[in-house]
Design a protein around this ligand. Structure first.
Ligand code: ZN
Length: 298
């Protein structure tokens, strides 16, 4: 549930629009998607040749999709999983310079929030669903609530925060308009979601925008039936996988994001997804409890 329920209700009222109901609710083709993602790990058809420099991305979408479908271990052998791990580590480049990338990132994100409260890819550009997700998730990972403006803050009564402590916390609050960002995201829903104003509805934005709303505790304001109906229509009925639009060729990115977005709506056969890290919640738990990266920061 949203932490600031009253204002969320206002947003929902302000952005209610007549969503066109999907023509038919086809079924979620889980088995075909598993086959499609397994094939994507082995080989890609000729039209993907120009994507050769994006192997890491393809690997993430295919492996991540199989994980969300709960079949990663049974789909990729132990030896192949180990080979993937070593290949991913072999691609790492350690940065030369020191400094505070966190503060630089916050400044950059601040400059990218536009007049309509979405986020653009660089300052002075148009708000975009993908960059809005990157901004919202980055804020969630490095700064949390403190970076959003004080209008959206509420006193943390459950944790015993008194009025004075709340006023102090408010005085340190950030500069980004969360209510505006939430509204911009909700206004992107047509049936599924568009990534920019007046652009075509596209499978991937059900993830980019949906995950942004999930991070802001507002995914419950999405029209689930319309979103699900659109996503199921973009499945490829023969090959499996999802295309960006209805009746388009499937690809790894849209397949992963279609599955990930359905996860937010608790589609049977898909594991719950953590929207901040964009991995399954069971993997998130494994990272938090079984790796060294997070032990000192939590
Ligand atoms: Zn797309």
């Amino acid at each position: 549930m949203p932490s600031d329920q009253a204002s969320s209700t206002t947003v929902a009222d302000a952005t209610t629009m007549p969503h066109e109901a999907p023509k038919e609710q086809t079924k979620f083709e889980r088995e075909k998607h598993i086959q499609y993602l397994k094939r994507s790990l082995q080989m890609l058809p000729q039209p993907y040749t120009s994507m050769d420099t994006h192997r890491m991305t393809f690997g993430m979408f295919a492996l991540g999709g199989l994980e969300l479908l709960g079949v990663l271990e049974e789909s990729v052998s132990e030896a192949n999983r180990q080979a993937w791990i070593e290949w991913v580590y072999s691609q790492q480049r350690v940065p030369d310079s020191q400094g505070s990338p966190g503060m630089a990132a916050i400044r950059f994100i601040q400059e990218c929030q536009t007049y309509d409260h979405g986020f653009s890819q660089s300052p002075q550009q148009e708000s975009h669903g993908g960059s809005t997700y990157c901004a919202v998730a980055t804020l969630g990972l490095i700064g949390g609530e403190a970076l959003w403006d004080q209008k959206t803050m509420t006193r943390n009564v459950q944790d015993g925060e008194d009025e004075a402590a709340f006023e102090l916390r408010k005085s340190r609050a950030g500069f980004l308009d969360k209510e505006g960002t939430r509204k911009w995201c909700l206004q992107r829903q047509t049936t599924g979601f568009q990534g920019r104003i007046n652009k075509k509805t596209d499978t991937c934005y059900s993830f980019w925008i949906g995950a942004s709303l999930a991070i802001m505790d507002s995914f419950d304001l999405v029209d689930f039936d319309c979103n699900r109906g659109f996503l199921l229509e973009t499945q490829h009925k023969v090959f499996g996988g999802f295309g960006k639009w209805v009746d388009t060729y499937p690809d790894a990115l849209h397949s992963y994001m279609g599955i990930a977005s359905l996860s937010f709506m608790s589609e049977p056969g898909i594991l719950p997804l953590d929207p901040l890290l964009n991995i399954s919640k069971r993997m998130q738990e494994r990272i938090y409890t079984q790796t060294v990266f997070w032990k000192d920061s939590r």
